[in-house]
Design a protein around this ligand. Sequence first.
Ligand code: ABU
Length: 859
Amino acid sequence: MSGPKKFGLPYKKAVKLFVSFTSVYFLWELSSFNSFGVVATSGRKPLHIAGIFPINGTGGWQGGQACKPAADMALEDVNANKDLLPGYKLHLHWNDSECEPGLGAAVMYELLYKQPYKLILLAGCSTVCTTVAEAAKMWNLVVLCYGASSPALSDRIRFPTLFRTHPSATVQNPTRITLMQKFGWKKVAILQQAEEVFISTVEDLEERCKKVSIEIVTRQSFLTDPNEAIKNLKRQDARIVIGFFYVVAARRVLCEVYKQKLYGRSYVWFFIGWYEDNWFESNLEAEGINCTVEEMRKAAEGHLTTEALMWNQEKNKTTKSGWTAENFQKRLDAALKVDSGRYPEGYQEAPLAYDAVWAVALAFNKTMEKLSQMGRKLEDFNYTNKIIADEIYSAMDNTQFIGISGRVAFSSETGDRIALTQVEQLIDGKYLVLGYHDTEMNKLTWDNRERWIGGKVPQDRTVIKNTLRVVSMSIFIAMCIVAGAGVIWAGILLLFNYIYRERKVIQLSHPVTNSLMLLGFMLCLTAVFFVGLDGQFVPEGYFPIMCSLRNWVLSIGFTLAYGAMFSKVWRVHRLTTKHKSETKHKIQPWKLYLLVATLVVIEFIYLTIWTVLDPMKRKIEKFQYEFPEDSSEDIKFLPQLEHCESENHYIWLGITYAFKGLLLIFGLFLAYETRSLKVRHINDSRLVAMSIYNVAVLCLITTPVTLVISSQQDALFAFVALAIIFSSMITMGLVFVPKIVEVIREGNEKSDRSSAPDGGTTKEEEERYHKLLAENEQLASILEQKEDRLKQLRLKLEEKHSQMVGGPTPEIEERADHTVKFITDLPGINGNSDSAIGQGLSNFLEAELSLRNAPGYLQ
Ligand code: ABU
């Protein structure tokens, strides 16, 4: 930054050290020189002034190259003017500061402590002016800066004796703001060299931007190499860049701009306007700029500059010096030998240096008059003479005149020059004035001569177009058609279930449970439609409703369908685990309904809690930018995908998956356990078990896959839709197609012959059953006949017994009793008898009868 840094000391400390050291030198000098200056030649007393000109440096502003000759011209003119400073002649003592604050301070020290006393100090370059103006107050010395734009110099407390003919750099800021507003730029970036002059200008600009809601996207600074800073600008997509740097740095910036391709139709660069007209193509080799003149021209084309006016716009108006601006320019050009077209640095500011000397002369003139009234003289001035110093200050403060740079006047609050700002643009390698801005009146005079490379005003940012990723129409329509067909199919099955409810094949399948299952599938298939309804159909505001609708329809549908299937396998499994006597009873249908209802109620309560506590919202997933095919379009696309999400979405999903997952796995287990069981009262239980495999497996596959492909809208929709369609259709087919076939096979008769379509009773079994029934009836009648015959025999036996004297022998008695007891103990013929039992019984009876008729048997 400034000098003290070079010496490695804090700034104030450095100034104090400098002042105390030089005071010693000052006392020593005073002892040898007691009078003011040397005796003037040609009878006029010299009035000595000091000047510091930056000329030979390698950085900063070397404006002394043109300003020193301009100051010399002014001295010449002032001294030639008879009305000005009568009896006196201005004499300039000067040295080169190279725009280095350290060197500037040393030069000042030398100028001040070498006799004669200097009445005023002229300085150029902000960094040097800052250093010398802060110290000069210690010597009661007024400083007039002809080439310092730093806004920091407007601080009257820090620089109480400073004036400047150079306007503050802040005068350009309102102009910059006005231009941004004119072209609709709301986002700008700043690139600055790390110098106080630019830092304070940028701070002022930031404040002003804030007031008018212009966003500073980034503020990049660099010391010497702008490479990284420009990379950052590119990274931040800066399009409108305001640059603050000295001309040497400006060349480096421009070369880097070329290399990093931050020029052309999409970019606008604002540069400071006080560089010389051909700044971007000169000194390239000397400064080690690694770009050709052609490349520099290419990068510079179209940039804008702002600068306070430094030349009187009324070119032919005679100024205080007697010169018109036009004539002065010719004279200056001749002095500087600018025929070659190469302007030395400081050419723009030359009128300021010229007018600075005139301001000094006019102020001295005024002071002389004032001092003569007080009986004092200008030549009485020394560095402790506060009275004369104050008079010089006051005269300078009131100095006003029309100079080569325009109207010269100083603001008493800041010491600043008041000026118009000029806006220029580099068009075809030449600067063209576009307009002027009156900062005080905030009035822009614009000639509409600007020219943009792309033919239109560049944008302040890449326009980002949000593109919603939506389900492709063909997939959506295809899935909706299939799902719709599924809904119709489920409706037909519902009707079938109702119409044929009296048929045994339907009756024994628990038609109400199947109807609930069909209703569930209808809801699931309807959910396919809702899942596909995205931003292309549903406005943003209604999307959360759509999210809840999807969730509710699919969840309730699944619970109804799966719950109905689950209840059947559950009941079948329960039957296998119950005591045999209990299985004789018919299955209670209400138990099935209760299980389905319980599951649905749980689902309903859960969904209500979810919806009320943490409703689903429209969440946007953003993807990588995509660029249009046509690269001339300054736009990029931001693909977005809508998702339905609650705040604690993954907690809710966790609960859902845990509950349903357990239900699915348990269902799978029950289905496996009951796979080979035939239950007459749930005739389709095995088919339902197969359906559970189908649904469970599909669900268990679909859920993790959907999580993985959640960012691919088409794949996600197709996968979910197909999973719903497949599981619903396969289940409906498995459960109902055999029933339909059976009903068709039976025709329209209401036959009860069939008991189960799932392979429970075949035709052969049926016939065998009927045969057995007939045989049973036959045996029952035989048994009846035999019983009658047995009764008759018993009667006969009793008669014989009463006729006998002394009765039968005990052996015969016992055999007869045994026979009667055996017959009485026989099981009922209507029970489980078969032909074998009947045959055995008849053989026994025949044998018994033959025994009774045998010889020796007592009759
Ligand atoms: N127009 C030249 C300004 C130089 C400076 O402020 O340092």
